[in-house]
Ligand binder design. Structure first.
Ligand SMILES: [Zn+2]
Length: 354
């Protein structure tokens, strides 16, 4: 068993689920349906074209229906902000108080629900073989990391919100959790087996945690690539407090707006899409959780997107994987990225103080 409090030991593991490093960006982006007809080809997705149109002149502009204004920062409620960028008809602002990046306007709940229900762009990515292979290793690491904070005898119940096909919940059950529940709104995974004692996948409206009755409180709640989708993350974290045991843990993975790839790519970064209302950095994520009564016990970054970075520095489309014969930026490697917390995703663990 590796010592997860040691950076070098963790680096070996997080490199092993980094698709750009394992397969090379060109192959990974294509085989996981990111490029080709996927969302990283520089064009709007099929879903987005329902709410933006190509004006020919300014290219993509929002259609006049389906959008609602979001004037205040969703983390600290401040009105002070600066315009950051516009991508394919979507506008993003940076909060002057807490540095959080958020979309304004956002889709109304009903339009967002309709787009999500027909969403195939990301399910195609998540169902690809190479992505699933990476995810198995990633989720296994996530469970090991959580277990390093929870002793054997306290591994009673763990809830994964936005569980997708439930791989994380399955791994948690396998790694010693008595009750491991995954909940998701998306029914495109209905073919996945749902029954096993102690391991359950539940369909439910994860956008409204108060509407779900689990009949128990949890020691740990995890959210992988979930919180960035939530219109009111502060209310959401507060609601979670009601289903988390005293001194319980929240495990979060979200895109990192301070990542090297996001800072370089700006308008070309696919992280700016209609589903991502929030774009956290470690500071704004800590601000949010601390304002809800939690304190951070661990944070790091994972996923380099190094091939995308190197393609772009080579003057090519970032997701093309077109690398130079000789890399003048060889000092930018996985270690450089993660030691400076410039990875594409944040992993953070928070402890409930009430
Ligand atoms: Zn703010």
């Amino acid at each position: 068993m590796k010592d997860l409090s040691n950076f070098e030991d963790r680096l070996k593991i997080i490199n092993s689920f980094d698709g750009n490093l394992v397969y090379g960006a060109k192959s990974f982006n294509l085989t996981t349906n990111r490029t080709g007809k996927g969302p990283s080809n520089g064009l709007p997705t099929k879903e987005l074209l329902k709410v933006v149109q190509d004006s020919q002149k300014d290219r993509f502009v929002r259609k006049s229906i389906g959008w609602v204004e979001q004037k205040n920062c969703v983390v600290c409620n401040s009105k002070k902000r600066s315009f950051l960028l516009n991508r394919l008809g979507l506008a993003y602002f940076r909060c002057a108080e807490c540095s959080h990046i958020y979309q304004d306007p956002i889709l109304s709940n009903s339009v967002a629900a309709e787009l999500y229900s027909n969403e195939e762009t990301t399910t195609k990515i998540y169902k690809s073989d190479n992505q699933q292979e990476m995810d198995e290793i990633k989720f296994s690491y996530g469970v090991d990391l959580i277990n390093s904070f929870v002793s054997n005898k306290n591994r009673n119940s763990i809830l994964d919100i936005g569980c997708g096909p439930g791989i994380f919940s399955k791994v948690a059950f396998r790694k010693g959790w008595d009750l491991s529940i995954g909940v998701d709104i998306n029914d495109s995974y209905d073919d996945i087996s749902k029954s096993s004692s102690g391991f359950k996948l539940v369909r439910g409206n994860v956008l409204d945690i108060a509407s779900l009755d689990f009949n128990t409180k949890f020691d740990v709640i995890s959210m992988w690539s979930f919180l960035e989708h939530i219109p009111d993350p502060k209310k959401y974290i507060n609601d979670l407090g009601n289903v988390l045991k005293d001194n319980g843990l929240i495990f979060i993975l979200v895109p990192n707006s301070d990542s090297l790839v996001a800072k370089l790519l700006r308008e070309k970064s696919t992280c700016y899409n209609w589903k991502h209302i929030s774009y956290f950095n470690i500071k704004s994520l800590n601000f949010l959780l601390e304002s809800c009564g939690y304190n951070c016990v661990f944070d790091e970054t994972v996923i380099t997107e190094i091939g995308n970075i190197k393609s772009y520095l080579n003057g090519k489309e970032p997701y093309s994987g077109e690398l130079p014969d000789k890399d003048p930026f060889s000092f930018i490697d996985s270690k450089f990225i993660h030691i400076n917390k410039l990875g594409s995703r944040i992993i953070a663990v928070y402890k409930k103080n009430f």
